[in-house]
Design a protein around this ligand. Structure first.
Ligand code: TYM
Length: 335
């Protein structure tokens, strides 16, 4: 992009709700790093979203700082993008309130994630859980984001954000940009290593289902060794082979190749050898990230400064949008 030309705006976030998995890395953060070179990027730590399921306050605070360190350790550069904590910028909750009045209970209750989480947390189906995608729409629309790099599981939420933006613009006049989800072909839907019908998730009860960014080499290798495959012993991606397809997808995301190239690499080899190679490739990528994250966590003051700077940038950018919205909906703002 030429100097001086208006850069496109990118928005995304991760919840500080526990250890990150390699799914979060492959589906989201890995792509953010690339995008920061060309675009104006806002990357948040979505703590407001995280409390829609119960969090222990001390752990939430710790996970927030750890996630900030992870962002930096994965290669996000605070000079190139705004890294901040969602609750530090009040405009998110404020815009969410306005957007709530343009969102129907029916459409919010039809969201797949709401249905899944309601089933999983049947004792805590709170209003925030249902409002989750509207808050996400507020996040995205506040910055007039053009693109939202996420994994496949968040596509439906970005589509709702688009619908809400269009609805607002139709009712009150052109205000929001209609965002596009940005979903990579490879790595955007990493599945559980134990049950590839499910996505790999931070909160899976089976300890072998997810590989965490914090897992040491032995743990990574062990989890991949135990990953479910099938009885065919042929390494190719296909719908009938969800376990092997998932491993190929993980390999391609971590080795930086396509799934087709990965299939060629492993042609004629056995599952044991394949699983070991996938594990080693993942562990090799994680090792420097873990070392850097550890180093950064020993300097909490530095991390706090980065988050403060990011929040200031985010605050400035989003304040303009919010006052425009308040004016459009008819809130009195002084004579
Ligand atoms: P979270 O923390 O659940 O997920 C963060 C990102 O990781 C992606 N992801 C995956 N990608 C591939 N395979 C997987 N198994 C996998 N699991 C998770 C998610 O798609 C997501 O991109 N609601 C968002 C956080 C958020 C947000 C936003 C995102 C809050 N506000 C505004 C974009 C724009 C979420 O899912 O967080």
């Amino acid at each position: 992009m030429a100097e001086g030309e208006n850069k496109k705006i990118i928005y995304s976030a991760v919840q500080p709700s526990g250890n990150l998995t390699i799914g979060n890395y492959a589906g989201a953060i890995r792509n953010w790093v690339r995008l920061q070179e060309e675009y104006d990027c806002f990357y948040a730590i979505a703590d407001l979203h995280a409390i829609t399921v119960r969090q222990e306050p001390e752990k939430l605070r710790r996970h927030t700082l750890e996630l900030a360190a992870t962002y930096l350790a994965c290669g996000l550069d605070p000079e190139k993008c705004a890294l901040y904590v969602q609750s530090h910028v009040p405009q998110h909750a404020e815009l969410c309130w306005v957007l709530n009045t343009l969102t129907y209970v029916g459409e919010a209750s039809r969201m797949t994630q709401f249905k899944d989480k309601s089933a999983k947390h049947a004792d805590n189906i709170n209003m925030g859980l249902m409002d989750y995608p509207v808050l996400m729409a507020a996040d995205i629309l506040l910055y007039l984001a053009d693109c939202v790099p996420v994994g496949v599981d968040q596509k439906q939420h970005v589509e709702l954000a688009r619908d809400i933006a269009i609805r607002f613009n139709n009712r009150y006049g052109e205000t929001f940009r209609v965002p596009e989800p940005l979903i990579r072909r490879d790595g955007a839907s990493i599945r559980s290593l134990q049950d590839p019908a499910k996505k790999m998730s931070k909160s899976d009860e089976n300890p072998n289902a997810a590989v965490f960014l914090s897992d040491d080499r032995d743990t990574v290798l062990r989890k991949f060794r135990r990953a479910v495959t099938d009885s065919e012993n042929s390494i190719r991606a296909s719908e009938e082979k969800p376990g092997v397809s998932n491993l190929l997808s993980i390999y391609s995301a971590f080795a930086g190749c396509t799934v087709e190239e990965a299939e060629k690499t492993f042609e004629g080899r056995g599952y044991g050898e394949f699983k070991l190679a996938v594990g080693e490739t993942v562990a090799d990528v994680l090792a420097p990230i873990q070392a850097e994250q550890k180093r950064l966590l020993s300097d909490r003051r530095y991390l706090t400064e980065i988050l403060k700077g990011g929040a200031e940038r985010a605050y400035k950018a989003s304040r303009k949008t919010l006052s425009k919205v308040y004016r459009k909906v008819g809130f009195f703002q002084g004579e």
